[in-house]
Design a protein around this ligand. Sequence first.
Ligand code: CUA
Length: 373
Amino acid sequence: MMSLFAMLVTALPDADAATFWMPESASTVAPQVDGLFDFINIICYIFFVLISGVTIWFGVKYRQRKGQHTFESGPTHNMALEITWTAIPTIIVLVMFVLGMRVFLDMRLAPGNAYDINVTAQKWSWTFQHPEFAVTESAELTVPANRPVRLLMGSQDVLHSLFIPAFRVKQDVVPGRYTSLWFEATRPGTYQLYCAEYCGKDHSKMLATVHVLEWDEFQAKMGKLAREYEDIPEAQLPFYAITRLYNRCASCHSLDGSSGTGPSFKGLWDRTTAGTTVFTDGTTMANLMQPGGAFEIPENYIRSSLMQPQQQIVQGYTGAMPSFQGQLKERQIDALVLMLKHLDKLVDEQGNILENPSLGGEASEEGATDDDG
Ligand code: CUA
């Protein structure tokens, strides 16, 4: 029966498109999950109509009529009827269990030839590491099509849940242990990944985009990402940082001056060099920038904020920032410092990232910035 529904579902034109109940489907388990869902759903419809129909029909048929004051006593027991209404639902529920268990086991047991990706969940971003290519992605997950992919997942802080509706997979990510899930994407394209477990203030911003590519394209992209920050010319580093690294910061640090979980990046460099930033312990940036101070070289403040974020916490904020120790290469730290220095050239007044920033001749334009309200 299940395979009949699965056949029906897949035989329909454009079976991958979103339906009333389901989002688009793009993995090998999706038709199984949808088939099972439809099977249970249709049984529910049938019983809903059957039971409410009979209830209404009996209500009308056996209603108390005018002038009728006594009831004849009807039958109190019918063995055949009771066996029937016990046996049939039991069989239906057992069929649901067996079909559900089969799909569940398929979804739990990753095939041996799966491509491995390590996932780190953190308030409020996703990091994806490809050990095979030594590539780290954040807020973007690139996977090959038509090959099983296994995610080995851990959390740095609280409970999260990785959910890709188009693949019909969802799994909690728990601090202090690994969990895993697997899928095989069937169609190249772009799909949405969500955090599906409330994990604090910016839970709803804990998103990522899944890119499914054919295997050769996938390999090419991995090769490119592996060398990415090494190949970039110095002048392009700020643009690389805003387009490739900033998405890791985006849920807490705005570009338009609005306050988030952390201070906005807009005007951050100006506030830093002007020494106006005040920390929770009462010290100011100006104190720390004096000769011999910790941040005599203000660039070190940015480095310290990335590596030991708990050392100085800006007044008005809680120390929610995780450490990026070991997660950023030296050249990527350089890129982030340059990004903050040249942010006014990378984004417009509203904080939208510019497609083609004019980074050339930046040395001569130094000091032309004044958007620190
Ligand atoms: Cu992470 Cu919700």
